[in-house]
Structure formats: C-alpha cells, structure tokens
Design a protein. Structure first.
Length: 265
C-alpha cells in the first residue's frame, strides 16, 4: 500500500491511496495538470485511477473534476449532499450526468482490493465526510476540514497505520491577521477548521503501536507556517501523558503544491 499527498492546503487538496492493483484519489482540488504531475511521480497516470472520493463540494476539493471527467471515465464517489452541492455550484451543468456514485457515512464501499468507509465531519458544507481506507490489515485515515472533533471522530480514526490530519491554522496568527471578523469566526467555529493545537490534541488520542506516519494537512497559507504546525503538534505529543513521542513516527507537513514523501506499507 502507498499513501501520499499530491497537494494539501487552503488553496487545493488531493490525496493518493493505492495498492498494487487499485488506485484512488481523495479530492481533486488542484489543477488536472498538477494532479497528473503528482501521479507521474508515482509512476501512474490519471488513466490508472479506479475512483475519486470527494470529501465535500468546496472548490479547493473539486477544482479539477470538470476537466478530468471530460477525458476519463472515472467513478466519482461522494455523499448525496456533496453531489447535490457540486451540481448546484456547477454553472455549466457539465457534471450533472457524470459518474457520481452516492456513499453514506459509516457504510463501506469496495473498490478493487480496498474498502473505503466515509465518516461524518463537522464543516460548513452540505454533507461533508472524511474517509477511512482499508487494504488487507492496513488502515489509513484522511480527515481535513474539521471544525471540531468528538468521541465519534476518535473512534473512527483509531488503529490507523497512517493519517492525513488537518492542522489548518495557528490561533494567534488568525486572530491578529488580516481576515475579516466574520471569516475568523467561521474558521474558529465548530464547523470551520482545526487549529494546530487541536490537531495535536486529537492526534494524541490516535497514536498507536501500528502508526507509521502522519501528514499534517490543509494548512492555511495566511494563518499558518509549516514549521509552526509541525512544532506545535510535536510539542502536544511530547508533553501529553501518553507512552509516545513525536520522534516515534514519521511526522510530516504535507506539501502545498507538490508531491509529499510517500509512505509505503
């Protein structure tokens, strides 16, 4: 199994998960060209994809769907609410008759030799979700755009071999930054985005002996810094009352506009 981020940040997101036989993307929120370049770095092409799973309808998660669907017959999986949100926002209606396949949270979907299980997340979109991907005895979690987390979130992401987890903003940078007050309130709210501190706090509840790597993702360009996200989460882990240290795992910040290191299981 291979797991990496093709791009991650407030300007666009695309995650790759694959086995020897099955290849999927979670979100396609950067340009088709950028996604092709990322896949080429994995010795793959868009034609090798078996499916694209969409977390929600915001443009930084669906930007390339139009152009991909014009050329490739790839199934697009998303919740019914997300599918409706995409159709409403699609001014040219080019995707109305596309290859959408509805999924429901906590109901598994099989694609090739992988099982994908959506999970509910708290975000200001129609019916947003994160994803858990299983292949053999391996489990990968992808959870961004979390305004908050609950016991349900923790339960869903238990026992992962690897994670891509949101660390969107530094609270102080956001509070003192140039964003208008209402936008700051949205980001800080329960349907907004997870801060560095909250990301580290959640991660401490998810660390386990199987864990091999963690990507910190969906960083804000204006309200965060890769070094700050990494250090804040590292300190949360090392200061927490648990048996683990940040150095026990590959803790990485997913790159904004290029392929991140590849985790192989």
């Amino acid at each position: 199994m291979r797991f990496t981020s093709i791009a991650s940040g407030s300007s666009g997101n695309c995650t790759y998960v694959g086995s020897d036989n099955t290849h999927i993307l979670i979100d396609a929120g950067v340009s088709k060209k950028r996604i092709e370049e990322g896949l080429n770095g994995l010795d793959l092409t868009l034609g090798d994809l078996d499916a694209i799973f969409v977390t929600h309808e915001h443009v930084d998660h669906i930007a390339a769907l139009h152009t991909i669907l014009k050329k490739y017959d790839i199934p697009i999986y998303a919740t019914a609410g997300t599918i409706q949100g995409i159709r409403v926002s699609d001014k040219k209606a080019e995707m109305t008759n596309s290859r959408f396949i509805p999924v429901s949270v906590d109901k598994e979907v099989s694609v090739g030799d992988m099982i994908i299980n959506p999970m509910t997340i708290s975000h200001d979109a129609n019916e947003p979700c994160g994803y858990r991907v299983f292949c053999g005895d391996k489990k990968i979690g992808v959870a961004t755009d979390l305004g908050c987390y609950t016991d349900y979130t923790v339960e869903c992401l238990q026992d992962c071999d690897a994670l891509l987890l949101e660390a969107n903003h530094d609270i102080r940078m956001l509070q003192t930054g140039p964003y208008p007050y209402q936008l700051k309130r949205r980001i800080l709210g329960d349907c907004g985005h997870l801060s560095n501190e909250k990301s580290g706090e959640l991660l401490c509840k998810l660390l386990n002996d199987k864990m091999q790597g963690i990507f910190l993702g969906h960083l804000s360009k204006e309200n965060n810094l890769p070094e700050l996200a990494y250090e804040t989460v590292r300190v949360e882990i090392d200061m927490n009352d648990n048996p683990y240290h940040a150095s026990d795992f590959k803790l990485m910040v997913a790159k904004r506009s290029e392929l991140s290191p590849v985790l192989t299981f």
